[in-house]
Design a protein around this ligand. Structure first.
Ligand code: CP
Length: 307
C-alpha cells in the first residue's frame, strides 16, 4: 500500500507528475469532476486546521467523491483513549483514503502501518507536512518554471516549522539550490534536517538572523509563523513571536521577480500591505494546495487499485 508520510516517499519524477496533473486540472477541471465518484476520503484531524482540512475536503468533492471525518480529537474516540492504530483500522472499514493531522510526530506513520487504505500525513507535530510541500512546489513551478538553480530564503521558526523541514527535503534533490536560513538563534533549523537534507548532499547554505541583509540574493522568500502551540513556555513565545515582520520597506532591495511564499496562517509576520504586491504568492499557494491534493488523492487511489 502506497502512503504519503514524508515528501521523500515520492521520487522527483512522481512530484513532477503530480504538478503536471494539477496543471491539467487547472486547465480543465470538468474532466476530473466525476473521477472519484463513489469514493470516500476520511479527514482525521486531531489538531486545528483551516487550509489543509478544507482543501482536502474541497479536493475530494471536486473529484466527485465524498468526505467523512472529524476536526478535533475531542470529537473522536481518541478522547476515550482509543489508539491511533485502532482508529486507522476502524476508518479503513468506512473510507477509501485517510488524511490525518496529529500533534504527535510519527502518528500518521503509525496509522499507515495499521490501515488497509492509503494514509496521507496532513502534518505531524513539528516534523513534516508533505502536502503543504506539494502546494509549495506547484507554486514555485508556476512562478519560476523550474525547481533548480534557485536561492531560497526560509525565515522565522525553522526549528518547529514542519513546512520548512518538508520543503528543504524536497528541494534538496534538485541541482543548483542554495538555502539562506533566517531565524533567531533559538529557532534555528534542527541539526538532523541540516545533516540529512543539506550537509550530506553538499548543498550550500548560510545561517543568519538578518532578513534585510539576505534579501537581495533571494529568488524565493518562504516566511513562517512563530508557532505558539509548539512552545513549552509563553515567555519565550512572546519574546520571539515578532522576530520578523515583512513590510514593504524591507522589500526595497529585493529582486523584482522575488516570489514570497507563506504556508499560512499568518499572524504578524507579513504586513497586509504586501498582499497586493505582485510578488506575494501566499494566496495562490492556498489554491494550488487544493489542486495538488486532488492529484495526490487520484494517484494514491489508483496505486491502491481502487480507482
Ligand atoms: N498551511 C496549513 O497547514 O494551514 P492549516 O493549519 O490551516 O491547515
Amino acid at each position: 500500500m502506497r502512503h504519503l508520510i514524508n515528501i521523500l516517499d515520492f521520487t522527483t519524477e512522481e512530484l513532477l507528475e503530480l504538478v503536471d496533473v494539477a496543471n491539467d486540472i487547472i486547465a480543465d477541471p470538468k474532466k476530473y469532476s466525476e473521477v472519484c465518484h463513489g469514493k470516500k476520503l476520511a479527514t482525521l484531524f486531531f489538531e486545528p486546521s483551516t487550509r489543509t482540512r478544507l482543501s482536502f475536503e474541497a479536493a475530494m468533492y471536486e473529484l466527485g467523491g465524498n468526505v467523512i471525518g472529524f476536526s478535533a480529537a475531542q470529537n473522536s474516540s481518541a478522547a476515550k483513549g482509543e489508539s491511533v492504530a485502532d482508529t486507522a483500522k476502524t476508518i479503513s472499514c468506512y473510507a477509501d483514503i485517510i488524511a490525518m493531522r496529529h500533534p504527535k510526530e510519527g502518528a500518521p506513520l503509525v496509522a499507515a502501518n495499521a490501515a488497509s487504505i492509503p494514509v496521507i500525513n496532513a502534518g505531524d507535530g513539528g516534523h513534516n507536512h508533505p502536502t503543504q510541500t506539494l502546494a509549495d512546489l506547484l507554486t514555485i513551478y508556476r512562478e519560476k518554471g523550474r525547481f533548480d538553480h534557485l536561492t531560497v530564503g526560509l525565515c522565522g521558526d525553522l526549528k518547529f516549522g514542519r513546512t520548512v523541514h518538508s520543503l528543504i527535503s524536497a528541494l534538496s534533490r534538485y541541482e543548483g539550490l542554495n538555502f539562506v536560513l533566517i531565524s533567531p538563534e533559538e529557532l534555528k533549523l534542527p541539526s538532523y534536517v541540516k545533516k540529512d537534507a543539506l550537509k550530506e548532499k553538499g548543498i550550500p547554505y548560510t545561517q543568519t538572523t538578518d532578513l534585510e541583509g539576505a534579501m537581495p540574493e533571494l529568488d524565493i522568500l518562504y516566511m513562517t509563523r512563530v508557532q505558539r502551540e509548539r512552545f513549552f513556555n509563553e515567555e519565550d513565545y512572546l519574546r520571539l513571536k515578532d522576530s520578523y515582520i515583512l513590510t514593504p520597506d524591507k522589500l526595497k532591495n529585493a529582486k523584482p521577480d522575488l516570489s514570497i511564499l507563506h504556508p499560512l496562517p499568518r499572524v504578524n509576520e507579513i504586513s497586509v500591505a504586501i498582499d497586493d504586491d505582485p510578488r506575494a504568492c501566499y494566496f495562490k499557494q492556498v489554491l494550488n494546495g487544493k489542486y495538488m491534493r486532488m492529484a495526490l488523492i487520484m494517484k494514491l487511489l489508483k496505486e491502491a487499485g481502487t480507482l
